[in-house]
Design a protein around this ligand. Structure first.
Ligand code: PMP
Length: 450
């Protein structure tokens, strides 16, 4: 039941949180989390009755919005019949979820190893790649996020890895393409693509192809800025992997399950990886679930030799029942197609129109329901509206932006100098327009810092 919003109840929730909850990625005494009373569809509300349109999908995972009745019912039914059962057994919810996922993943990624979320999916994908190839190293991109566990945070490019970098050997970072802030002095997508591929090829040569187990990339890097790669880049990476016997791991934890207007972002580029990680959208995050989709060739490595890895809750029936229901909802409501259509007709054009009027907008990029707006002090120099670091430096312009958005009834995703526009895939056209209007007001607040 949704609790009746009352400020007193909210204050009690907040007090217990502040006393006992240790929050992710935070200086515990410098945060002020909002007490949330309830959520439905694309909205949530606090105990004072303030309602927010959620342009963040939580942490980019509630792809079907909050409290979808069909998925809630499926979880209730699974709880009533078989709440849990250990992973060594074949159970209906698990088999069915694996089948539905395998039927949608590209190519011959037909075996599914279930995990509890994205980071452990990355851990296992890299372990599989190392065991399959017998090689030690992994190459990953600087502008990336792959999760908070030891190996996942080490392949991550963003500064959050610095705190635990020394603990894992064998990870080498490289620059993936991103024309707006090109590391290759490129002026066109073609140049960026060619130079990024040459850089990767050189990195492989200097590291020694026979030492490299895997290259891991987000198909479209998400947390680091929603940066669709130029045409041909991923196909080029695939070629380099084939040439050197390197396993290609595409991380679709954020980009997968309809976010990009296709089932998987890899579909946009016609590239089939050897391993693909997923989580979040697989069941809209209603119950924790992630996994690795495995190619026939890598699965064969573990046909008669045991795979040395597992999790107590691998393929938890509640999570799998939620995945089955979520995928069915996505099919029945045509949400992948809807994300593609409204992304192209409403969100993209709406954001570009805002970019024309607001000098603080440097670039708009994305696809489907997966967009980034990059805020700058100066469009010419592209100087970010906040410095690129994670040192907790005062971030007045983005704080002003976020406060103005919230005042207008929108909960925005803010990371460094960007806002990511990543609403649930079933957000209606009217709701999207309402959110764009709130962004208009919020960008006016940012404009004052230009
Ligand atoms: N990979 C990617 C691409 C992600 O975006 C994330 C989470 N934002 C992860 C991995 C880690 O997933 P989780 O937080 O479920 O461990």
């Amino acid at each position: 039941m949704t609790p009746q919003p009352s400020p007193e109840a909210g204050a009690a929730v907040k007090a217990a949180d502040r006393a006992h909850v240790f929050h992710s990625w935070s200086a515990q005494e410098l945060i002020d989390p909002l007490a949330v009373a309830g959520a439905e569809g694309s909205y949530f509300w606090d105990y004072d009755g303030r309602r927010y349109l959620d342009f963040t999908s939580g942490l980019v995972y509630t792809n079907i919005g909050y409290q979808h009745p069909q998925v809630v019912a499926a979880i209730q039914e699974q709880a009533a019949t078989m709440t849990t059962f250990a992973p060594a057994f074949a159970v209906e919810a698990r088999s069915e979820a694996a089948r539905l996922v395998a039927e949608r993943t590209p190519g011959d990624l037909d075996k599914i190893f279930f995990t509890n979320g994205g980071a452990d999916a990355v851990e296992h994908a890299l372990r599989m790649a190392r065991l399959h190839t017998g090689r030690p190293k992994v190459l990953s991109a600087y502008r990336s996020y792959h999760g908070g566990t030891q190996q996942a945070v080490n392949v991550t490019g963003d500064p959050r890895r610095w705190a635990s970098d020394s603990a894992t050997a064998g990870v080498v970072h490289f620059w993936a393409p991103f024309l707006y802030r090109s590391r290759f002095y490129a002026e066109t997508e073609e140049q960026e693509c060619a130079r990024a591929l040459e850089h990767l090829e050189t990195t492989i040569a200097f590291e020694g192809p026979s030492t490299i187990a895997a290259i891991i990339l987000e198909t479209i890097p998400g947390t680091a800025g929603i940066m669709p790669p130029p045409p041909g880049y991923l196909a080029g990476v695939r070629e380099l992997c084939d040439k050197h016997g390197i396993v290609l791991v595409l991380d679709e934890v954020m980009a997968g399950f309809g976010r990009t207007g296709t089932w998987f972002a890899a579909d946009l580029y016609d590239v089939v990886p050897d391993l693909m990680t997923f989580a979040k959208g697989v069941n809209s995050g209603y119950v924790p679930l992630g996994g690795v989709a495995i190619s026939a060739e890598i699965a064969a490595t573990f046909a008669t030799r045991p795979y040395p890895g597992g999790l107590t809750y691998s393929g938890h029936p509640l999570a799998c029942a939620a995945a089955v229901a979520t995928i069915n909802v996505m099919e029945e409501e045509g949400l992948v197609e809807k994300a593609a259509a409204l992304g192209a007709s409403v969100v993209g054009p709406g954001l570009r129109e805002l970019a024309e009027r607001h000098p603080s907008v440097g670039e708009v990029r994305g696809t489907g329901m997966f967009w980034a707006v990059e805020l700058v002090r100066d469009r010419e120099t592209r100087e970010p509206l906040v410095p690129y670091n994670a040192s907790g430096e005062a971030n007045a312009p983005m704080a002003a932006f976020a406060a103005a958005a919230k005042k207008a009834g929108l909960w925005p995703f803010v990371n460094m100098n960007r806002t990511h526009v990543v609403p649930p895939l079933n957000t209606s056209e009217a709701e999207l327009k309402e959110g764009l209007a709130a962004l208009d007001a919020a960008l006016s607040a940012a404009d004052e810092h230009v």
